[in-house]
Design a protein around this ligand. Structure first.
Ligand SMILES: CC(=O)N[C@H]1[C@@H](OP(=O)(O)OP(=O)(O)OC[C@H]2O[C@@H](n3ccc(=O)[nH]c3=O)[C@H](O)[C@@H]2O)O[C@H](CO)[C@@H](O)[C@@H]1O[C@H](C)C(=O)N[C@@H](C)C(=O)N[C@H](CCC(=O)O)C(=O)O
Ligand SMILES: Nc1ncnc2c1ncn2[C@@H]1O[C@H](COP(=O)(O)OP(=O)(O)OP(=O)(O)O)[C@@H](O)[C@H]1O
Ligand SMILES: N[C@H](CCC[C@H](N)C(=O)O)C(=O)O
Ligand SMILES: [Mg+2]
Length: 488
Protein backbone atom coordinates (compact mmCIF):
# COMPACT_ATOMS: atom_id res chain seq x y z
CA UNK A 1 0.00 0.00 0.00
CA UNK A 2 1.29 3.51 -0.76
CA UNK A 3 2.25 5.61 2.27
CA UNK A 4 0.03 8.47 1.03
CA UNK A 5 -3.02 6.25 1.15
CA UNK A 6 -2.29 5.15 4.70
CA UNK A 7 -1.81 8.73 5.80
CA UNK A 8 -5.27 9.74 4.59
CA UNK A 9 -6.58 8.10 7.77
CA UNK A 10 -4.54 10.33 10.09
CA UNK A 11 -6.16 13.64 10.95
CA UNK A 12 -3.05 15.41 12.21
CA UNK A 13 0.55 14.85 11.15
CA UNK A 14 3.62 16.54 9.71
CA UNK A 15 5.97 15.02 7.15
CA UNK A 16 9.56 16.20 6.59
CA UNK A 17 10.11 14.98 3.00
CA UNK A 18 7.40 14.68 0.35
CA UNK A 19 7.66 11.03 -0.60
CA UNK A 20 5.30 8.20 -1.28
CA UNK A 21 7.06 4.86 -0.81
CA UNK A 22 5.29 1.54 -1.04
CA UNK A 23 4.70 0.15 2.48
CA UNK A 24 4.90 -3.62 2.57
CA UNK A 25 4.67 -4.09 6.35
CA UNK A 26 4.34 -2.15 9.59
CA UNK A 27 6.63 -2.79 12.55
CA UNK A 28 6.99 -1.35 16.06
CA UNK A 29 10.02 -3.45 16.99
CA UNK A 30 13.35 -2.57 15.38
CA UNK A 31 14.38 -6.22 15.66
CA UNK A 32 11.65 -7.10 13.16
CA UNK A 33 12.02 -4.04 10.93
CA UNK A 34 13.13 -4.95 7.40
CA UNK A 35 12.99 -3.74 3.82
CA UNK A 36 9.84 -1.83 2.86
CA UNK A 37 8.42 -1.45 6.35
CA UNK A 38 6.94 1.56 8.05
CA UNK A 39 8.67 1.63 11.45
CA UNK A 40 6.61 3.15 14.27
CA UNK A 41 8.48 4.58 17.25
CA UNK A 42 6.70 3.88 20.52
CA UNK A 43 7.82 5.35 23.81
CA UNK A 44 7.38 2.45 26.22
CA UNK A 45 7.97 2.00 29.91
CA UNK A 46 11.23 0.11 29.43
CA UNK A 47 12.52 1.31 26.04
CA UNK A 48 11.99 4.32 23.83
CA UNK A 49 11.33 3.08 20.29
CA UNK A 50 12.67 6.43 18.96
CA UNK A 51 16.14 5.24 20.00
CA UNK A 52 15.86 2.45 17.44
CA UNK A 53 14.74 4.58 14.47
CA UNK A 54 18.22 4.72 12.98
CA UNK A 55 18.66 0.94 13.25
CA UNK A 56 15.26 0.42 11.64
CA UNK A 57 16.21 2.75 8.77
CA UNK A 58 19.55 0.94 8.33
CA UNK A 59 17.65 -2.35 8.20
CA UNK A 60 15.54 -1.10 5.30
CA UNK A 61 12.55 0.73 6.78
CA UNK A 62 11.18 3.02 4.05
CA UNK A 63 9.50 5.48 6.39
CA UNK A 64 9.32 6.19 10.10
CA UNK A 65 6.39 7.38 12.17
CA UNK A 66 7.51 9.25 15.23
CA UNK A 67 6.48 11.62 18.03
CA UNK A 68 9.88 13.35 17.90
CA UNK A 69 12.11 15.00 15.26
CA UNK A 70 14.59 12.44 14.01
CA UNK A 71 17.84 12.56 12.11
CA UNK A 72 17.42 9.67 9.67
CA UNK A 73 17.71 9.34 5.89
CA UNK A 74 14.13 8.15 5.27
CA UNK A 75 10.87 10.17 5.39
CA UNK A 76 9.60 10.85 8.92
CA UNK A 77 5.92 11.32 9.72
CA UNK A 78 5.52 13.18 12.99
CA UNK A 79 2.40 12.64 15.10
CA UNK A 80 1.31 13.56 18.62
CA UNK A 81 0.51 10.03 19.75
CA UNK A 82 2.24 7.23 17.86
CA UNK A 83 0.36 4.41 19.65
CA UNK A 84 -3.00 5.74 18.48
CA UNK A 85 -1.66 6.59 15.03
CA UNK A 86 -0.35 3.01 14.81
CA UNK A 87 -3.80 1.62 15.60
CA UNK A 88 -5.47 3.75 12.90
CA UNK A 89 -2.80 2.89 10.34
CA UNK A 90 -2.85 -0.83 11.17
CA UNK A 91 -6.63 -0.89 10.73
CA UNK A 92 -6.27 0.75 7.31
CA UNK A 93 -3.29 -1.39 6.25
CA UNK A 94 -5.20 -4.60 6.91
CA UNK A 95 -8.33 -3.30 5.10
CA UNK A 96 -10.48 -2.41 8.14
CA UNK A 97 -10.96 -6.08 9.04
CA UNK A 98 -13.00 -5.44 12.19
CA UNK A 99 -15.70 -3.82 10.05
CA UNK A 100 -16.22 -7.18 8.38
CA UNK A 101 -16.70 -9.03 11.68
CA UNK A 102 -19.48 -9.13 14.22
CA UNK A 103 -17.16 -7.88 16.97
CA UNK A 104 -17.81 -8.09 20.69
CA UNK A 105 -15.51 -6.41 23.24
CA UNK A 106 -15.65 -7.21 26.93
CA UNK A 107 -14.20 -5.00 29.62
CA UNK A 108 -14.31 -4.99 33.44
CA UNK A 109 -12.08 -6.00 36.33
CA UNK A 110 -13.22 -9.62 36.65
CA UNK A 111 -15.03 -12.06 34.41
CA UNK A 112 -13.74 -10.98 30.97
CA UNK A 113 -12.07 -14.29 30.11
CA UNK A 114 -14.96 -16.34 31.46
CA UNK A 115 -17.61 -14.29 29.67
CA UNK A 116 -15.71 -14.37 26.36
CA UNK A 117 -15.50 -18.16 26.56
CA UNK A 118 -19.22 -18.44 27.31
CA UNK A 119 -20.16 -16.18 24.42
CA UNK A 120 -17.79 -17.97 22.04
CA UNK A 121 -19.34 -21.31 23.07
CA UNK A 122 -22.86 -20.11 22.28
CA UNK A 123 -21.82 -18.71 18.91
CA UNK A 124 -19.91 -21.81 17.84
CA UNK A 125 -22.73 -24.12 19.03
CA UNK A 126 -25.13 -22.11 16.89
CA UNK A 127 -23.06 -22.65 13.78
CA UNK A 128 -21.03 -19.43 13.67
CA UNK A 129 -17.36 -19.43 12.70
CA UNK A 130 -15.61 -17.78 15.61
CA UNK A 131 -12.45 -16.04 16.70
CA UNK A 132 -11.49 -15.19 20.27
CA UNK A 133 -8.73 -13.07 21.81
CA UNK A 134 -7.97 -12.92 25.52
CA UNK A 135 -5.82 -13.80 28.51
CA UNK A 136 -5.53 -17.52 27.85
CA UNK A 137 -5.03 -17.56 24.08
CA UNK A 138 -6.08 -16.28 20.70
CA UNK A 139 -8.28 -18.76 18.87
CA UNK A 140 -9.20 -18.70 15.20
CA UNK A 141 -11.68 -21.50 14.60
CA UNK A 142 -10.00 -24.46 16.36
CA UNK A 143 -6.45 -23.19 16.04
CA UNK A 144 -4.91 -21.73 19.20
CA UNK A 145 -2.17 -19.05 19.19
CA UNK A 146 -0.05 -17.73 22.07
CA UNK A 147 -0.65 -14.17 23.27
CA UNK A 148 1.65 -11.90 25.30
CA UNK A 149 -1.14 -9.66 26.56
CA UNK A 150 -4.84 -10.04 27.34
CA UNK A 151 -5.47 -7.41 24.66
CA UNK A 152 -2.63 -7.42 22.12
CA UNK A 153 -1.05 -4.31 20.61
CA UNK A 154 -2.84 -2.86 17.60
CA UNK A 155 -0.48 -4.38 15.02
CA UNK A 156 -1.01 -7.90 16.34
CA UNK A 157 -4.71 -7.24 16.78
CA UNK A 158 -5.46 -5.89 13.29
CA UNK A 159 -3.33 -8.66 11.76
CA UNK A 160 -5.35 -11.16 13.82
CA UNK A 161 -8.66 -9.74 12.52
CA UNK A 162 -7.23 -9.93 9.00
CA UNK A 163 -6.35 -13.63 9.54
CA UNK A 164 -9.86 -14.20 10.87
CA UNK A 165 -11.37 -12.75 7.69
CA UNK A 166 -9.12 -15.00 5.58
CA UNK A 167 -10.34 -17.96 7.65
CA UNK A 168 -13.98 -16.91 7.05
CA UNK A 169 -14.60 -16.08 10.71
CA UNK A 170 -17.86 -14.15 11.09
CA UNK A 171 -17.92 -13.44 14.83
CA UNK A 172 -15.07 -12.40 17.11
CA UNK A 173 -15.15 -11.94 20.85
CA UNK A 174 -12.32 -10.32 22.75
CA UNK A 175 -11.28 -9.05 26.16
CA UNK A 176 -10.48 -5.36 26.28
CA UNK A 177 -8.17 -4.50 29.15
CA UNK A 178 -7.92 -1.07 30.73
CA UNK A 179 -4.23 -0.92 29.73
CA UNK A 180 -5.24 -1.53 26.12
CA UNK A 181 -7.89 1.20 26.23
CA UNK A 182 -5.48 3.80 27.62
CA UNK A 183 -2.70 2.80 25.24
CA UNK A 184 -5.00 2.98 22.22
CA UNK A 185 -4.43 -0.70 21.32
CA UNK A 186 -8.08 -0.98 20.26
CA UNK A 187 -8.46 2.32 18.42
CA UNK A 188 -10.06 1.68 15.04
CA UNK A 189 -11.79 -1.50 16.26
CA UNK A 190 -15.39 -1.46 15.12
CA UNK A 191 -17.18 -3.13 18.02
CA UNK A 192 -20.84 -4.02 17.55
CA UNK A 193 -21.39 -4.85 21.19
CA UNK A 194 -19.36 -3.64 24.17
CA UNK A 195 -19.89 -5.49 27.43
CA UNK A 196 -19.10 -4.32 30.97
CA UNK A 197 -18.68 -6.92 33.73
CA UNK A 198 -17.75 -4.98 36.87
CA UNK A 199 -15.29 -2.49 38.34
CA UNK A 200 -13.41 -3.19 41.55
CA UNK A 201 -9.86 -2.56 42.66
CA UNK A 202 -6.97 -3.71 40.46
CA UNK A 203 -4.09 -2.23 38.50
CA UNK A 204 -3.69 0.84 40.71
CA UNK A 205 0.05 0.65 39.99
CA UNK A 206 -0.80 1.67 36.41
CA UNK A 207 -3.97 3.76 36.68
CA UNK A 208 -3.05 5.42 40.02
CA UNK A 209 -6.62 5.69 41.37
CA UNK A 210 -10.10 4.23 40.83
CA UNK A 211 -11.32 7.32 38.92
CA UNK A 212 -8.55 6.93 36.34
CA UNK A 213 -9.20 3.19 36.17
CA UNK A 214 -12.93 3.79 35.57
CA UNK A 215 -12.08 6.44 32.96
CA UNK A 216 -9.93 3.85 31.15
CA UNK A 217 -12.82 1.36 31.10
CA UNK A 218 -15.21 4.08 29.93
CA UNK A 219 -13.21 4.56 26.71
CA UNK A 220 -14.70 1.34 25.29
CA UNK A 221 -18.17 2.87 25.61
CA UNK A 222 -17.31 6.38 24.47
CA UNK A 223 -15.53 4.95 21.40
CA UNK A 224 -18.42 2.65 20.54
CA UNK A 225 -19.89 3.83 17.25
CA UNK A 226 -17.35 6.63 16.81
CA UNK A 227 -14.71 5.46 14.30
CA UNK A 228 -15.16 4.65 10.58
CA UNK A 229 -17.86 2.19 11.40
CA UNK A 230 -20.00 -0.29 9.56
CA UNK A 231 -23.57 0.91 9.77
CA UNK A 232 -24.94 -1.69 12.16
CA UNK A 233 -26.62 -0.78 15.41
CA UNK A 234 -24.27 -0.60 18.42
CA UNK A 235 -25.10 -1.90 21.89
CA UNK A 236 -23.60 -1.28 25.31
CA UNK A 237 -24.34 -4.24 27.59
CA UNK A 238 -24.01 -2.99 31.15
CA UNK A 239 -24.13 -4.56 34.61
CA UNK A 240 -26.85 -2.55 36.37
CA UNK A 241 -25.66 -3.67 39.80
CA UNK A 242 -22.32 -1.92 39.32
CA UNK A 243 -22.35 1.84 40.00
CA UNK A 244 -19.83 2.49 37.18
CA UNK A 245 -22.53 1.63 34.63
CA UNK A 246 -24.25 4.98 35.31
CA UNK A 247 -21.25 6.84 33.87
CA UNK A 248 -20.98 4.49 30.89
CA UNK A 249 -24.68 5.08 30.13
CA UNK A 250 -24.07 8.82 30.03
CA UNK A 251 -21.10 8.74 27.70
CA UNK A 252 -22.10 6.15 25.13
CA UNK A 253 -24.07 6.90 22.00
CA UNK A 254 -24.95 3.19 21.65
CA UNK A 255 -28.22 1.66 22.77
CA UNK A 256 -27.92 0.53 26.39
CA UNK A 257 -29.18 -2.88 27.52
CA UNK A 258 -28.75 -3.77 31.18
CA UNK A 259 -28.42 -7.04 33.06
CA UNK A 260 -28.16 -7.80 36.75
CA UNK A 261 -29.48 -9.42 39.89
CA UNK A 262 -30.08 -6.83 42.61
CA UNK A 263 -31.36 -3.83 40.64
CA UNK A 264 -34.13 -3.54 38.10
CA UNK A 265 -32.80 -4.20 34.58
CA UNK A 266 -33.60 -5.66 31.14
CA UNK A 267 -32.16 -9.17 31.63
CA UNK A 268 -32.38 -10.25 35.26
CA UNK A 269 -31.69 -13.29 37.44
CA UNK A 270 -33.80 -13.99 40.53
CA UNK A 271 -34.17 -16.95 42.94
CA UNK A 272 -30.50 -17.90 42.77
CA UNK A 273 -29.59 -21.22 44.41
CA UNK A 274 -25.96 -22.21 44.79
CA UNK A 275 -25.38 -25.93 45.20
CA UNK A 276 -22.25 -28.07 45.36
CA UNK A 277 -22.64 -29.12 41.72
CA UNK A 278 -23.84 -25.90 40.15
CA UNK A 279 -26.07 -22.85 40.30
CA UNK A 280 -29.68 -22.37 39.30
CA UNK A 281 -31.77 -19.24 38.85
CA UNK A 282 -34.87 -17.79 37.21
CA UNK A 283 -34.11 -15.75 34.09
CA UNK A 284 -36.38 -12.84 33.28
CA UNK A 285 -36.13 -11.20 29.88
CA UNK A 286 -38.63 -8.63 28.56
CA UNK A 287 -40.28 -11.50 26.65
CA UNK A 288 -39.96 -14.59 28.86
CA UNK A 289 -39.24 -16.22 32.20
CA UNK A 290 -37.10 -19.38 32.29
CA UNK A 291 -35.47 -21.69 34.82
CA UNK A 292 -31.71 -22.06 34.22
CA UNK A 293 -29.47 -24.79 35.67
CA UNK A 294 -25.76 -24.11 35.35
CA UNK A 295 -22.84 -26.37 36.03
CA UNK A 296 -20.91 -23.20 36.90
CA UNK A 297 -20.53 -22.14 40.53
CA UNK A 298 -21.44 -18.94 42.34
CA UNK A 299 -23.34 -15.67 42.05
CA UNK A 300 -20.43 -14.20 40.06
CA UNK A 301 -20.98 -16.90 37.43
CA UNK A 302 -24.62 -15.82 37.15
CA UNK A 303 -23.41 -12.31 36.21
CA UNK A 304 -21.13 -13.76 33.51
CA UNK A 305 -23.98 -15.88 32.18
CA UNK A 306 -26.39 -12.90 32.16
CA UNK A 307 -23.86 -10.78 30.23
CA UNK A 308 -23.48 -13.66 27.77
CA UNK A 309 -27.22 -14.20 27.35
CA UNK A 310 -27.77 -10.45 26.73
CA UNK A 311 -24.97 -10.29 24.16
CA UNK A 312 -26.11 -13.41 22.32
CA UNK A 313 -29.76 -12.30 22.25
CA UNK A 314 -28.68 -8.94 20.78
CA UNK A 315 -26.70 -10.89 18.19
CA UNK A 316 -29.87 -12.64 17.06
CA UNK A 317 -29.39 -16.07 18.62
CA UNK A 318 -32.52 -17.84 19.89
CA UNK A 319 -32.91 -18.00 23.68
CA UNK A 320 -33.40 -21.79 23.61
CA UNK A 321 -30.09 -22.25 21.82
CA UNK A 322 -28.31 -19.86 24.19
CA UNK A 323 -29.62 -21.65 27.29
CA UNK A 324 -28.80 -25.07 25.91
CA UNK A 325 -25.17 -24.07 25.27
CA UNK A 326 -24.65 -22.29 28.58
CA UNK A 327 -26.21 -25.07 30.65
CA UNK A 328 -23.66 -27.45 29.14
CA UNK A 329 -20.57 -25.41 29.98
CA UNK A 330 -18.58 -27.11 32.72
CA UNK A 331 -16.04 -24.34 33.18
CA UNK A 332 -13.18 -22.36 31.78
CA UNK A 333 -9.55 -23.41 32.22
CA UNK A 334 -8.20 -22.30 35.61
CA UNK A 335 -11.48 -20.69 36.69
CA UNK A 336 -12.98 -22.55 39.66
CA UNK A 337 -11.39 -25.67 38.19
CA UNK A 338 -11.50 -28.75 40.43
CA UNK A 339 -8.48 -31.05 40.65
CA UNK A 340 -9.89 -34.54 41.00
CA UNK A 341 -7.55 -37.43 41.75
CA UNK A 342 -9.94 -39.66 43.71
CA UNK A 343 -9.30 -37.81 47.00
CA UNK A 344 -11.95 -37.29 49.70
CA UNK A 345 -11.42 -33.53 49.89
CA UNK A 346 -11.96 -30.83 47.26
CA UNK A 347 -9.18 -28.88 45.56
CA UNK A 348 -10.11 -25.85 43.46
CA UNK A 349 -7.71 -23.86 41.27
CA UNK A 350 -8.96 -20.35 40.51
CA UNK A 351 -7.61 -17.18 38.86
CA UNK A 352 -8.83 -14.83 41.62
CA UNK A 353 -6.07 -12.23 41.82
CA UNK A 354 -8.09 -9.23 42.99
CA UNK A 355 -9.78 -8.58 46.35
CA UNK A 356 -13.27 -8.78 44.83
CA UNK A 357 -12.72 -12.04 42.96
CA UNK A 358 -11.09 -13.67 45.98
CA UNK A 359 -14.04 -12.67 48.14
CA UNK A 360 -16.55 -13.98 45.58
CA UNK A 361 -14.81 -17.30 45.23
CA UNK A 362 -14.43 -17.84 48.98
CA UNK A 363 -18.06 -16.89 49.61
CA UNK A 364 -19.11 -19.37 46.94
CA UNK A 365 -17.03 -22.13 48.56
CA UNK A 366 -18.59 -21.31 51.95
CA UNK A 367 -22.03 -21.97 50.45
CA UNK A 368 -21.27 -25.66 49.92
CA UNK A 369 -18.20 -26.63 51.99
CA UNK A 370 -18.90 -29.25 54.65
CA UNK A 371 -15.36 -29.38 56.08
CA UNK A 372 -12.80 -26.65 56.73
CA UNK A 373 -11.56 -24.25 54.06
CA UNK A 374 -7.89 -23.49 53.34
CA UNK A 375 -7.07 -20.60 51.00
CA UNK A 376 -3.61 -20.57 49.39
CA UNK A 377 -2.88 -17.15 47.91
CA UNK A 378 -0.11 -14.88 46.81
CA UNK A 379 0.08 -11.51 45.05
CA UNK A 380 1.94 -10.67 41.86
CA UNK A 381 5.13 -8.62 41.94
CA UNK A 382 5.49 -5.39 39.89
CA UNK A 383 1.72 -4.99 40.19
CA UNK A 384 -0.74 -3.03 42.39
CA UNK A 385 0.78 -3.20 45.90
CA UNK A 386 -2.35 -1.85 47.59
CA UNK A 387 -4.33 -5.00 46.85
CA UNK A 388 -1.90 -7.18 48.84
CA UNK A 389 -3.11 -6.45 52.41
CA UNK A 390 -6.73 -6.48 51.22
CA UNK A 391 -6.42 -9.93 49.65
CA UNK A 392 -4.62 -11.30 52.71
CA UNK A 393 -7.33 -9.89 54.99
CA UNK A 394 -10.11 -11.43 52.89
CA UNK A 395 -8.41 -14.85 52.85
CA UNK A 396 -7.87 -14.85 56.62
CA UNK A 397 -11.43 -13.63 57.28
CA UNK A 398 -13.31 -15.97 54.99
CA UNK A 399 -11.24 -19.18 55.09
CA UNK A 400 -10.65 -21.28 58.18
CA UNK A 401 -6.96 -21.19 57.40
CA UNK A 402 -4.93 -19.12 54.95
CA UNK A 403 -1.53 -19.89 53.51
CA UNK A 404 0.24 -16.87 52.06
CA UNK A 405 2.68 -17.84 49.35
CA UNK A 406 4.31 -16.52 46.17
CA UNK A 407 2.37 -15.78 42.99
CA UNK A 408 4.59 -14.34 40.24
CA UNK A 409 7.08 -12.25 42.27
CA UNK A 410 8.65 -10.94 39.05
CA UNK A 411 11.44 -8.48 39.92
CA UNK A 412 10.28 -7.90 43.51
CA UNK A 413 11.56 -9.64 46.64
CA UNK A 414 9.03 -12.43 47.34
CA UNK A 415 9.47 -12.01 51.11
CA UNK A 416 8.65 -8.29 50.89
CA UNK A 417 5.45 -9.07 48.94
CA UNK A 418 4.51 -11.52 51.72
CA UNK A 419 5.21 -8.83 54.35
CA UNK A 420 2.91 -6.43 52.45
CA UNK A 421 0.23 -9.11 52.57
CA UNK A 422 0.71 -9.92 56.26
CA UNK A 423 0.18 -6.23 57.10
CA UNK A 424 -3.46 -6.73 56.11
CA UNK A 425 -4.47 -9.02 58.94
CA UNK A 426 -4.15 -9.46 62.71
CA UNK A 427 -5.69 -12.91 62.48
CA UNK A 428 -3.87 -15.94 63.85
CA UNK A 429 -5.21 -18.39 61.29
CA UNK A 430 -2.59 -17.92 58.61
CA UNK A 431 0.90 -19.11 57.95
CA UNK A 432 3.41 -18.04 55.35
CA UNK A 433 5.18 -20.51 53.08
CA UNK A 434 7.07 -18.58 50.36
CA UNK A 435 7.57 -21.59 48.06
CA UNK A 436 4.26 -22.16 46.23
CA UNK A 437 4.84 -25.89 45.69
CA UNK A 438 5.58 -26.40 49.39
CA UNK A 439 2.47 -24.38 50.30
CA UNK A 440 0.27 -26.61 48.13
CA UNK A 441 1.88 -29.79 49.47
CA UNK A 442 1.50 -28.58 53.05
CA UNK A 443 -2.24 -28.00 52.59
CA UNK A 444 -2.84 -31.27 50.73
CA UNK A 445 -0.93 -33.34 53.32
CA UNK A 446 -3.15 -31.98 56.10
CA UNK A 447 -6.53 -32.07 54.32
CA UNK A 448 -9.26 -34.25 55.84
CA UNK A 449 -12.39 -35.66 54.20
CA UNK A 450 -14.82 -32.92 53.06
CA UNK A 451 -12.26 -30.13 53.43
CA UNK A 452 -11.82 -27.62 50.60
CA UNK A 453 -8.48 -26.19 49.44
CA UNK A 454 -8.61 -23.11 47.24
CA UNK A 455 -5.43 -22.39 45.28
CA UNK A 456 -5.96 -18.86 43.99
CA UNK A 457 -4.24 -16.35 41.73
CA UNK A 458 -2.66 -18.29 38.90
CA UNK A 459 -5.51 -20.28 37.36
CA UNK A 460 -4.55 -21.40 33.86
CA UNK A 461 -0.95 -20.13 34.12
CA UNK A 462 1.63 -22.78 33.34
CA UNK A 463 4.58 -20.76 34.62
CA UNK A 464 5.88 -18.81 37.58
CA UNK A 465 7.85 -15.63 36.95
CA UNK A 466 10.67 -15.22 39.48
CA UNK A 467 13.01 -12.35 38.69
CA UNK A 468 13.18 -12.38 34.90
CA UNK A 469 12.97 -16.19 34.76
CA UNK A 470 9.81 -17.87 33.54
CA UNK A 471 9.78 -21.31 35.19
CA UNK A 472 7.39 -24.18 34.52
CA UNK A 473 4.66 -24.15 37.17
CA UNK A 474 1.03 -25.24 37.00
CA UNK A 475 -1.07 -25.22 40.19
CA UNK A 476 -3.18 -28.06 38.80
CA UNK A 477 -0.20 -30.33 38.12
CA UNK A 478 1.44 -29.52 41.46
CA UNK A 479 -1.83 -30.19 43.32
CA UNK A 480 -2.40 -33.44 41.43
CA UNK A 481 1.09 -34.70 42.27
CA UNK A 482 0.64 -33.72 45.92
CA UNK A 483 -2.67 -35.58 46.11
CA UNK A 484 -1.13 -38.68 44.52
CA UNK A 485 1.75 -38.53 47.01
CA UNK A 486 -0.56 -38.50 50.06
CA UNK A 487 -2.63 -41.37 48.65
CA UNK A 488 0.41 -43.69 48.37
C1 LIG B 1 2.75 -1.73 31.01
C2 LIG B 1 2.41 -2.20 29.66
O1 LIG B 1 1.25 -2.23 29.30
N1 LIG B 1 3.44 -2.59 28.88
C3 LIG B 1 3.19 -3.01 27.50
C4 LIG B 1 4.02 -2.15 26.59
O2 LIG B 1 5.36 -2.40 26.90
P1 LIG B 1 6.41 -1.27 27.21
O3 LIG B 1 5.74 0.05 27.37
O4 LIG B 1 7.24 -1.76 28.32
O5 LIG B 1 7.28 -1.28 25.88
P2 LIG B 1 8.87 -1.35 25.80
O6 LIG B 1 9.34 -2.74 26.00
O7 LIG B 1 9.40 -0.27 26.68
O8 LIG B 1 9.16 -1.00 24.28
C5 LIG B 1 8.87 0.28 23.68
C6 LIG B 1 9.02 0.16 22.20
O9 LIG B 1 10.40 -0.06 21.88
C7 LIG B 1 10.48 -1.09 20.92
N2 LIG B 1 11.81 -1.71 20.96
C8 LIG B 1 12.30 -2.25 22.11
C9 LIG B 1 13.55 -2.86 22.11
C10 LIG B 1 14.30 -2.92 20.91
O10 LIG B 1 15.43 -3.46 20.82
N3 LIG B 1 13.76 -2.39 19.79
C11 LIG B 1 12.54 -1.78 19.78
O11 LIG B 1 12.09 -1.32 18.74
C12 LIG B 1 9.35 -2.03 21.32
O12 LIG B 1 9.00 -2.92 20.27
C13 LIG B 1 8.25 -1.03 21.61
O13 LIG B 1 7.58 -0.65 20.46
O14 LIG B 1 3.78 -2.53 25.26
C14 LIG B 1 4.05 -3.91 24.96
C15 LIG B 1 3.66 -4.13 23.50
O15 LIG B 1 2.32 -3.78 23.29
C16 LIG B 1 3.21 -4.81 25.87
O16 LIG B 1 3.48 -6.17 25.62
C17 LIG B 1 3.56 -4.47 27.30
O17 LIG B 1 2.82 -5.28 28.16
C18 LIG B 1 3.56 -5.85 29.23
C19 LIG B 1 4.17 -7.19 28.82
C20 LIG B 1 2.64 -6.07 30.41
O18 LIG B 1 2.99 -6.75 31.35
N4 LIG B 1 1.48 -5.49 30.37
C21 LIG B 1 0.42 -5.70 31.35
C22 LIG B 1 0.51 -4.75 32.54
C23 LIG B 1 -0.87 -5.49 30.60
O19 LIG B 1 -0.91 -4.82 29.55
N5 LIG B 1 -1.91 -6.09 31.07
C24 LIG B 1 -3.17 -5.98 30.41
C25 LIG B 1 -4.34 -6.49 31.19
C26 LIG B 1 -4.22 -7.48 32.26
C27 LIG B 1 -5.60 -7.91 32.71
O20 LIG B 1 -6.26 -8.67 31.97
O21 LIG B 1 -6.01 -7.53 33.81
C28 LIG B 1 -3.14 -6.75 29.09
O22 LIG B 1 -3.92 -6.38 28.19
O23 LIG B 1 -2.40 -7.73 29.00
N1 LIG C 1 -18.29 -11.65 37.16
C1 LIG C 1 -17.38 -11.82 38.08
N2 LIG C 1 -17.35 -11.04 39.19
C2 LIG C 1 -16.41 -11.18 40.12
N3 LIG C 1 -15.45 -12.12 40.09
C3 LIG C 1 -15.41 -12.92 39.01
C4 LIG C 1 -16.36 -12.83 37.96
N4 LIG C 1 -16.08 -13.76 37.04
C5 LIG C 1 -15.00 -14.40 37.46
N5 LIG C 1 -14.59 -13.92 38.66
C6 LIG C 1 -13.41 -14.28 39.46
O1 LIG C 1 -12.31 -13.62 38.83
C7 LIG C 1 -11.33 -14.57 38.38
C8 LIG C 1 -10.83 -14.17 37.03
O2 LIG C 1 -11.88 -14.36 36.09
P1 LIG C 1 -11.62 -14.07 34.55
O3 LIG C 1 -10.34 -14.68 34.17
O4 LIG C 1 -12.83 -14.44 33.81
O5 LIG C 1 -11.48 -12.49 34.64
P2 LIG C 1 -10.70 -11.47 33.72
O6 LIG C 1 -11.49 -10.21 33.80
O7 LIG C 1 -10.48 -12.03 32.40
O8 LIG C 1 -9.29 -11.30 34.46
P3 LIG C 1 -7.93 -10.66 33.82
O9 LIG C 1 -8.08 -9.20 33.94
O10 LIG C 1 -6.82 -11.14 34.66
O11 LIG C 1 -7.82 -11.13 32.42
C9 LIG C 1 -12.05 -15.90 38.38
O12 LIG C 1 -11.14 -16.95 38.58
C10 LIG C 1 -13.03 -15.75 39.51
O13 LIG C 1 -12.37 -15.93 40.74
N1 LIG D 1 -3.69 -9.70 34.04
C1 LIG D 1 -3.26 -9.69 35.39
C2 LIG D 1 -2.95 -11.08 35.76
C3 LIG D 1 -2.48 -11.27 37.18
C4 LIG D 1 -2.21 -12.71 37.47
C5 LIG D 1 -1.40 -12.95 38.68
N2 LIG D 1 -1.03 -14.32 38.67
C6 LIG D 1 -0.17 -12.05 38.72
O1 LIG D 1 0.83 -12.43 38.13
O2 LIG D 1 -0.22 -10.99 39.36
C7 LIG D 1 -2.05 -8.77 35.56
O3 LIG D 1 -1.16 -8.82 34.72
O4 LIG D 1 -2.06 -8.00 36.49
MG1 LIG E 1 -8.81 -12.22 31.29
Amino acid sequence: MELKELLTYLVNYEMDIAANPEITSIEMDSRKAGKGCLFICIEGLVFDGHDFAETAAKNGATAILSEKDLNVNVPVIKVRDSKKAMAIIADAFYGHPSQKLHLIGITGTNGKTTTSHLIEKVFSDSGKTTGMIGTIEMKIKDQSYKVANTTPDSLFLQNAFHKMIEEKVDTAVMEVSSHALVQGRVWGCDYDIAVFTNLTQDHLDYHKNMEEYQFAKSLLFSQLGNTYQKSTKKFAVLNNDDPASEMFKRITSAEVITYGIDNDCDIRATNITIGSQGTSFTLQTPKSKREINLKLMGKFSVYNVLASITTCLLSGIELDQIIKSLENVTGVSGRFEPVIEGQEFTVIVDYAHTPDSLENVLRTIKEFAKGSITAIIGCGGDRDKTKRPLMAGIAADLADRAIFTSDNPRTEDPLQILKDMEAGTDAKNYLTIPDRKEAIEYAVERAKADDVILIAGKGHETYQIIGKDVLDFDDRIVAREAIKAVKK
